[in-house]
Design a protein around this ligand. Structure first.
Ligand SMILES: [Zn+2]
Length: 398
């Protein structure tokens, strides 16, 4: 058993939201928490000193990418991921199973994890080549870096995650597409269940392991998968896979799944816009991971709170390149205490962005990551004080 304990400190009376504390040998994680993603052993544009300066409690690294670059063996030889990236706090790693979707059916169907395509009545975009081959034994992936093929199965995924030396690992699974039909989703779920057993058998006992629930957006499959995974001696439970065609479907999936779970920590894989945090925490999720804060920062989108005009309609974002910020001496967000907002104006950030200055990427990423950490903290406070739904209404106005 890896070293991980979890305690629910308070359960919200009105909703499924809960305040929790995860304890690991590398530090505690107060939940609910938004985990910044360090795909390639780096939260893009930030280093470990930056992460410490904004109080990042933990991060999540990516098995598929690190296996290919620089190689998990290399990281092991250099003393493991914590030493490699000079980050001393807990690190989660995913299992590589998500790439079954992102390089496979997601790529083929040209869609993202929540395929928001049907509600708008748009046609499926042009199909692309599927870069995976799935069998009962495992998944072959084509490298996005050099086109070579690599095979992952539960045992290999556990070996790679052991080499990385992360604290909390994920069982190997197959993530399906919102466009996968019932029979394919069921077959993938059955594979995921068989692989859950094998992951438990082969995983490094120094690492805590989460099982992953699959089943797409089919009610009976989600229930079956939840009951199957929850029966196994995992230290935590992750909800993975296709979460339907829109956010409403995702909420529905959580309503099928979460009430069947016990008190172990619950992670929602790959999700994390501001409204998602509220909706999913309300339904009992403890932790999230998403690349969104750093990804949108690089594209010039910066988060703002309701005090600075952030609303669901503008996705709580401003576009820093907009001419209206040319002589805007205000910080990005007046309610934010991050190093960027404490020192720099929107006008300066716009200037850096438009000039292609590298400093922009660091300052923008610092703000967006801090913003999500701060929101997590505000949500924790609200659960503590019994005002979670008030806070949600203040942000989402719904
Ligand atoms: Zn800020």
């Amino acid at each position: 058993m890896g070293e991980l304990s979890f305690e629910v400190l308070k359960q919200d009376e009105e909703t499924g939201a809960r305040l929790g504390l995860m304890r690991t040998s590398r530090g505690d994680i107060e939940t609910p928490y938004f985990i910044p993603v360090a795909t390639l052993a780096s939260v893009k544009a930030l280093d470990a000193g930056d992460l410490a300066s904004i109080g990042v409690q933990c991060t999540l690294a990516n098995t598929y990418h690190l296996h290919l670059k620089p190689g998990d063996e290399t990281i092991r030889k250099l003393g493991g991921l914590h030493k490699f990236m000079a980050f001393s706090r807990p690190i989660f790693s995913d299992s590589g199973g998500f790439q079954a979707f992102s390089l496979g059916l997601g790529r083929e169907h040209n869609i993202s994890k929540i395929g928001c395509i049907f509600p708008e009545g748009r046609e499926i975009r042009e199909k692309r080549e599927n870069w995976t081959k799935v069998t009962e034994d495992g998944i072959s992936f084509k490298s996005i870096y050099d086109g070579t093929w690599h095979f992952l199965d539960p045992q290999r995924s556990m070996e790679i995650q052991s080499n990385l030396g992360s604290d909390i690992i994920m069982a190997f699974d197959e993530c399906t597409s919102p466009l996968s039909d019932y029979s394919y989703t069921k077959a993938a779920m059955d594979r995921t269940h068989a692989w859950a057993w094998q992951s438990l058998k082969h995983h490094d006992r120094n690492q805590a392991i989460y099982g992953i629930i699959q089943g797409g957006w089919f009610k009976d499959l989600r229930r079956e998968s939840t009951d199957f995974i929850a029966e196994l001696p995992f230290e935590g439970i992750a909800v993975g896979g296709s979460l339907g065609n829109c956010k409403k479907d995702m909420h529905q999936v959580l309503e099928w799944v979460v009430p069947r779970l016990d008190q172990r920590p619950r992670h929602l894989l790959g999700i994390g816009e501001i409204d998602d945090l509220f909706e999913c925490i309300q339904r009992g999720i403890d932790t999230f991971d998403c690349v969104s804060p750093t990804r949108i920062a690089r594209r010039g989108d910066l988060y703002i709170s309701p005090q600075s005009g952030g609303r669901l309609e503008n996705k709580f974002r401003i576009k820093i390149k907009s001419p209206q910020h040319k002589e805007d001496g205000r910080p990005v967000d007046s309610a934010c205490g991050c190093p960027t907002c404490m020192n720099y104006s929107r006008a300066y950030l716009r200037h850096l962005y438009r000039s292609g200055e590298l400093t922009y990427f660091r300052l923008a990423s610092l703000h967006n990551v801090y913003f999500m950490l701060r929101l997590s903290e505000e949500i924790r406070q609200s659960i503590k004080q019994g005002t979670f739904m008030e806070l949600k209404k203040r942000w989402l106005r719904a």
